[in-house]
Design a protein around this ligand. Structure first.
Ligand SMILES: *[C@@H]1O[C@H](CO)[C@@H](O)[C@H](O)[C@H]1NC(C)=O
Ligand SMILES: *[C@@H]1O[C@H](CO)[C@@H](O)[C@H](O)[C@H]1NC(C)=O
Ligand SMILES: *[C@@H]1O[C@H](CO)[C@@H](O)[C@H](O)[C@H]1NC(C)=O
Ligand SMILES: *[C@@H]1O[C@H](CO)[C@@H](O)[C@H](O)[C@H]1NC(C)=O
Ligand SMILES: *[C@@H]1O[C@H](CO)[C@@H](O)[C@H](O)[C@H]1NC(C)=O
Length: 358
C-alpha cells in the first residue's frame, strides 16, 4: 500500500515539472551588458498555463523579476517600476497567460541595464536569482494557485568595474518643485488623467489619509503584541515597532497623498495592473486600468493601493514587493519578518485592517 502510494505521488509529481535556468554574461564591464535570459523547461507530462504576473520571471517588462545578491551580502537597489496588480483581473484576461506544452522550453530575456544601483554594493560577484513566485491557472478556471517550480538555477555575474548609476539623478532632476505657501490647500497634480481617474483619485486620497492616520493612532497606544500587529509584522519588538511607527508617521504628513502627482499615462497595457512607482521618483504614482477596476475601500482597494505605492519610494519606506496578497503577507510575517517590514502589501493590509483585527 505504501509503495503504491509512493509510486502514485511520484507519478503525479512528475505530471508537473518545471525547470528554470538563468544565463547571461559572466563579466560585466558596463551596465549595458546586463542582459539576462531565463529558460523555462516543461519536463512534465501536461501543459502548464502560467500567469505573467509583474515581478515574476514571466513578466516581459523589467519589474523586480530578479533577486540580486552580492557574494558578501547586500543587494543593489532596484530602480525600475514596482507594480501592484490584481490577480483576479489578470487571471480573467487570457492575454496574461503563458502556455508551455510538455517537453518544450521558452526563453525570456530581460535587459537589466541601468535598473539596479550597484554603487552601494560595488564591484564583485553577484548571484542573480529569478523571482520564485509563479501562479498557475488550471484548465478548469478558478483562482490561480502558486506554482512551485521543480528547480531554479541562478546565474553569477562579475562586476569588474565600479559601475555607478545615473538613472536616479536623472529622475530626481525630472521632478518639478512645487512651491507652496503654508496654509495653502494643496491639491493633487494630474498628468494624462481623465475626469473618471481624477474623481476616483480625489475620492481615494482622504480614505488613504484616514487609513494612515488610524494606523498612527493605533500604533501610538501599542506596547506589546496584538493580533493586528503580529499578523502583518510578526512578534512585537521595540526596535521593529519604532521602525514601523516612524514609517506610518512619515506617511501621515499633512500634505502626503494630496501634494503628489498622479500620472495616468500608464504604459502598461495589461488590465490587471493597478499602479506603479519608481523607487527614486518620489511623489509620482502611475495609475493603470486596474485602479479603476478595484473597489474604493477595504482590501486591495484604490485607497489601499495608494498606501502600497507610497511605501516604495526610497524617500519613504523603500519597500519592495517580496510577496503580494494577504495569505502571502501573513506567511512572510511568520517566516521572515525582516522582509515583512519592507514589503509594500504588508503596510497596505495593516492600514486597511480588513477583516478588522484588534
Ligand atoms: C480569450 O478571451 C476572448 C474574450 O473573452 C475569447 O474570445 C477568446 O476565445 C479567448 N482566447 C483563448 C485562447 O482562450
Ligand atoms: C517528452 O519527452 C520524453 C523523452 O524524450 C518522452 O518519453 C515523452 O513521451 C515526451 N512527452 C510528451 C508529452 O511528448
Ligand atoms: C534559449 O537560449 C539558449 C541560449 O541562448 C539557446 O541555446 C536555446 O536554443 C534557446 N531556446 C529557445 C527555445 O529559444
Ligand atoms: C496624523 O494626521 C492627522 C491628520 O492630518 C492628524 O490629526 C494627526 O495628529 C496625525 N498624527 C500624528 C501622530 O502626527
Ligand atoms: C512594457 O513593455 C512594452 C512592450 O515592450 C512597452 O511598450 C511598455 O512601455 C513597457 N511598460 C513599462 C511600464 O515599462
Amino acid at each position: 500500500m505504501c509503495i503504491i502510494l509512493f509510486f502514485f505521488l511520484l507519478v503525479t509529481a512528475l505530471a508537473k515539472d518545471l525547470h528554470i535556468e538563468t544565463i547571461g554574461p559572466f563579466y560585466i564591464g558596463s551596465l549595458s551588458d546586463l542582459v539576462i535570459t531565463t529558460t523555462l523547461i516543461n519536463r512534465g507530462s501536461t501543459p502548464l498555463v502560467l500567469l505573467r504576473t509583474p515581478g515574476s520571471i514571466l513578466f516581459p517588462n523589467v519589474t523586480n523579476n530578479f533577486d540580486i545578491v552580492h557574494e558578501y551580502g547586500g543587494s543593489p537597489r532596484f530602480l525600475g517600476a514596482q507594480m501592484k496588480y490584481s490577480l483576479d483581473i489578470l487571471a480573467a484576461n487570457n492575454g496574461s497567460f503563458l502556455t508551455l506544452p510538455p517537453n518544450t522550453s521558452l526563453n525570456i530575456t530581460h535587459d537589466l541595464s541601468n535598473l539596479y544601483d550597484f554603487s552601494s554594493t560595488g564591484k564583485g560577484i553577484y548571484h542573480v536569482h529569478p523571482a520564485r513566485t509563479l501562479y498557475e491557472v488550471s484548465s478548469a478556471g478558478g483562482i490561480p494557485k502558486p506554482f512551485p517550480a521543480g528547480s531554479f538555477s541562478s546565474h553569477s555575474i562579475n562586476l569588474i568595474e565600479d559601475v555607478f548609476n545615473f538613472k536616479e539623478a536623472r529622475l530626481e532632476n525630472k521632478l518639478e518643485r512645487r512651491d507652496t505657501v503654508p496654509g495653502d490647500i494643496v491639491t493633487p497634480r494630474f498628468k494624462s488623467c481623465s475626469t473618471e481617474y481624477q474623481d476616483a483619485t480625489n475620492d481615494a486620497i482622504p480614505i488613504a489619509k484616514k487609513y494612515v492616520a488610524d494606523a498612527v493612532s493605533y500604533l501610538a497606544t501599542l506596547d506589546d503584541s496584538t493580533p493586528r500587529f503580529t499578523t502583518w509584522f510578526g512578534d512585537f519588538t521595540t526596535h521593529k515597532y519604532n521602525f514601523i511607527q516612524r514609517n506610518y508617521e512619515m506617511l501621515n504628513a499633512t500634505d502626503a497623498y494630496q501634494s503628489w502627482t498622479y500620472d495616468c499615462g500608464c504604459e502598461e497595457g495589461n488590465a490587471g495592473i493597478i499602479a506603479y512607482v519608481y523607487g527614486p521618483e518620489y511623489g509620482t504614482i502611475h495609475l493603470c486600468p486596474g485602479f479603476m477596476a478595484v473597489g474604493p475601500v477595504g482590501t486591495d482597494s484604490r485607497a489601499g493601493s495608494l498606501i502600497h505605492e507610497s511605501t516604495h519610494w526610497a524617500k519613504t519606506v523603500n519597500t519592495l514587493d517580496y510577496v503580494y496578497g494577504q495569505e502571502g503577507c501573513k506567511s512572510l510575517a511568520e517566516d521572515d519578518w525582516r522582509k515583512a517590514v519592507r514589503n509594500a502589501d504588508t503596510y497596505e493590509y495593516f492600514a486597511e485592517n480588513v477583516p478588522e483585527l484588534l
